[in-house]
Design a protein around this ligand. Structure first.
Ligand code: COA
Length: 230
């Protein structure tokens, strides 16, 4: 099958053995590594919308880079200045805004949205339909379930507020439908139960749940990051 309507911009480098589906657009200033697979209707390196009404102005930080062996599904949009690490999988209908950095061996599920400048390290799994707010940091081997909501503005845009994303430390696990208020830190190997509303920092190695989330116990062994090789 020969792909149709593929559009390649200026200053684009494409590695060896790269597959581009129908209607894929690779915008200017993009580097795509070897053995990359990008499925139909996906856009790499999209420019921010030309609008004056957004309060946040984004300055693009250099070339958009897709690492070796990355697979990206259909109808996904990766904005300019993003860097995607080797062996990462990004599913269908994902939107990743400007200047995000995603590490190696991550799995980003269908319909996940990741806002400006988020940093997601290695072996992170984010399940379908979760929203990662801007400037969030997610460390290695974190698991984030489906329909998780992270926030960065307690004033909801009504008055001045210094927006701040959340920080999830290495090996933490976040249950389905958990909601995080801005500027929360979730400790190493911590667990957040499904449906929790997290209003305070979660210490390392603790399991919290409920609305508001309260510490219930130490993280059980079977919910800690296993050290087996992956
Ligand atoms: C937090 C969690 C890990 C706790 O598991 P656990 O240690 O086995 O806890 P238990 O099932 O023994 O429950 C202990 C108590 O907490 C309650 N509880 C458990 N999870 C809860 C939650 N998310 N919110 C509120 N209460 C919860 C139980 O009803 C039980 O209450 P009881 O003692 O009054 O009967 C688990 O319940 C959870 O939320 N898992 C996340 C599932 C998920 O989202 N997976 C993602 C797959 S994509």
């Amino acid at each position: 099958m020969k792909s149709q309507n593929v559009v390649i911009g200026k200053n684009v480098k494409i590695g060896k053995n790269v597959t581009l589906g129908h209607n894929v657009i690779v915008e200017d200033n993009t580097e795509i590594g070897d053995n990359v697979f990008i499925y139909h209707n996906t856009i790499i390196g999209q420019k921010p919308l030309p609008t004056k009404i957004l309060t946040r102005k984004t300055k693009i930080e250099g070339t958009t880079k897709i690492g070796n062996n990355v697979s990206i599904g259909s109808n996904t949009v990766i904005y300019s200045g993003c860097i995607i690490g080797v062996n990462t999988i990004i599913a269908d209908l994902v939107a990743i805004r400007e200047n995000c950095k995603i590490g190696a061996k991550c799995i980003i599920g269908t319909g996940v949205t990741i806002n400006f400048g988020a940093i997601i390290k290695n072996k992170v799994r984010i399940v379908n339909s979760t929203h990662i707010t801007s400037d969030t940091i997610i460390e290695d081997s974190v698991f984030v379930s489906t329909l998780v909501a992270t926030t960065n503005n307690n004033k909801m845009g009504r008055s001045a507020y210094k927006m701040k994303g959340i920080h999830i430390k290495k090996g933490a696990s976040i249950g389905a439908g958990a909601t995080f208020l801005p500027n929360i830190t979730v400790g190493k190997n911590a667990v957040v139960g499904a449906g929790s509303v997290v209003t305070k920092d979660v210490p390392d190695e603790k399991l919290v749940l409920g609305i508001p989330a309260r510490i219930i116990k130490d993280t059980p062994m079977d919910l800690k990051l296993q050290t087996k090789k992956t």
